[in-house]
Design a protein around this ligand. Structure first.
Ligand code: LLP
Length: 399
């Protein structure tokens, strides 16, 4: 990849995504579940750029959304409404109403109370809402506590017993139709056994629902598969699919999976430029023009995004790669090894395609980077760099 010319053309900090990799990653999911009816609903939260979404739509992807904003993005990008699902622990009434008006595939419910709200809104609209219920299997996914979701101490899903009562309620409601069952135990998962355990538990539950003559068509296994940031062993997709399917021996639901990171994570790079170096008696700091507002993961999860300098050799020494935000927590790498740098050198961070741009902010009144896609190696600008004016546009008119 010609990082130098990309940086020259589009300036830094800059996100670059290799769409060929995205395609390969997506098709691997399709392939893994090819033996069964399946739908890959890409989790928009990982990266919701419209060009990326329409690219995925062209490959047959559906969408897993967690806000009405994401539902609208998916629709604008050309993802068919019958492939869109809407999850999230705190859906507002207006979001539920809009999702029902758009007639998407289904809403994943998170509580008994939410079910009643969806029923009331569907009734007001004269509609029947298709729903699925997120069940919390109380299984430890063994990942970072911020992104572990399948334990009772987490806010997500409902307990099996409550879920059963909900399905029974739905069965007799004229405004609700249960079409799926859902679980998701966490993100950046690198161990298959908790996933298999959860799938077993929820598959048994599904069978008990089918025995009650509920017509549950979709088995939504969530997302969560990890990628290799440092030296993690990733779960082979074939093994993943086989382990899920092995829990569904006596029934044939359509499998829905909701991968985000595994589709876009390793396709993305964050390009930054060195502003200068600074040393004290303890440490070496390499200061770059990117910061925690551009890539939040190192600060928030102590995540490692491997970095390198483009086209430079020399004796490496330990340094922190930092931005210019007024917080000691503002760093992109801790204890990285880099050769001596000079102003203008390019430092590239890998595996930045997922939860990079989508978690970026304007903290310290910094404009967010541009985004570029490489399609068969050819660069295309897919999001312009924000202008300073755009930062205060919504305030100016109120001044
Ligand atoms: N489905 C549900 C219900 C989810 O909660 C998530 C992620 C996904 C699918 C997609 O998970 P993935 O395949 O991308 O792991 N910001 C964090 C990750 C938060 C994930 C939240 N839920 C990070 O940067 O690591």
């Amino acid at each position: 990849m010609d990082f130098r010319s990309l940086a020259q053309t589009y300036q830094t900090p800059l996100y670059v995504y290799d769409f060929d990799k995205v395609e390969k990653n997506f098709l691997e999911f399709k392939e893994a579940f090819a033996g069964r009816k399946s739908l890959i609903c890409y989790a928009l939260k990982a990266n919701s750029n419209l060009s990326l979404l329409s690219f995925l739509a062209s490959l047959g992807a559906g969408a897993d959304c967690v806000s009405i904003g994401e539902v609208k993005r998916a629709l604008i990008a050309g993802i068919p409404k019958y492939k869109i699902i809407f999850s999230g622990v705190g859906k507002r009434d207006d979001e539920i109403e809009e999702a029902l008006r758009e007639d998407i595939l289904f809403l994943n419910l998170e509580s008994y109370e939410e079910m009643q709200r969806v029923e009331r809104i569907a009734q007001e609209l004269g509609k029947k809402a298709r729903i699925s219920i997120r069940v919390n299997p109380n299984i430890d996914a063994k990942t970072h506590p911020y992104i572990s979701t399948g334990l009772y101490e987490n806010k997500f899903g409902v307990e099996l017993e409550v879920a059963k009562q909900m399905y029974i309620y739905v069965k007799s409601s004229p405004h609700l139709e249960a079409v799926g069952v859902h679980f998701h135990i966490g993100s950046q998962l690198c161990d298959l056994s908790p996933i298999t355990q959860a799938s077993e538990k929820i598959a048994d539950f599904l069978k008990s629902l089918l025995a009650l003559k509920l017509e549950i068509k979709f088995f939504d296994i969530g997302g969560g598969l990890g990628i290799c940031y440092e030296d993690e062993k990733i779960i082979p997709l074939y093994d993943y699919a086989q382990s899920i399917l092995s829990t569904l021996k006596d029934c044939e639901p359509t499998i829905i999976c909701e991968p985000g990171r595994r589709i876009v994570g390793d396709s993305g790079y964050l390009l930054t430029k060195v502003i200068g170096e600074k040393r004290n008696s303890h440490k070496r700091f390499v200061i770059v023009d990117g910061a925690m507002n551009d890539l939040m993961r190192p600060t928030l999860y102590h995540a490692t995004h491997k970095s390198f300098i483009v086209g430079k050799n020399g004796e490496e020494s330990v340094c922190d790669i930092v931005g210019s935000i007024c917080e000691s927590g503002d760093y992109l790498a801790k204890d990285a090894l880099l050769p001596p740098t000079q102003e203008g050198d390019l430092v590239v961070f890998e595996n930045a395609g997922a939860y990079g741009y989508s978690m970026s902010s304007n903290y310290n009144s910094r404009t967010r980077p541009a985004e570029v896609a490489l399609i068969r190696g050819t660069p295309k600008l897919i999001k312009a760099r924000e202008s300073l004016e755009s930062l205060w546009a919504n305030e100016l008119e109120l001044l």
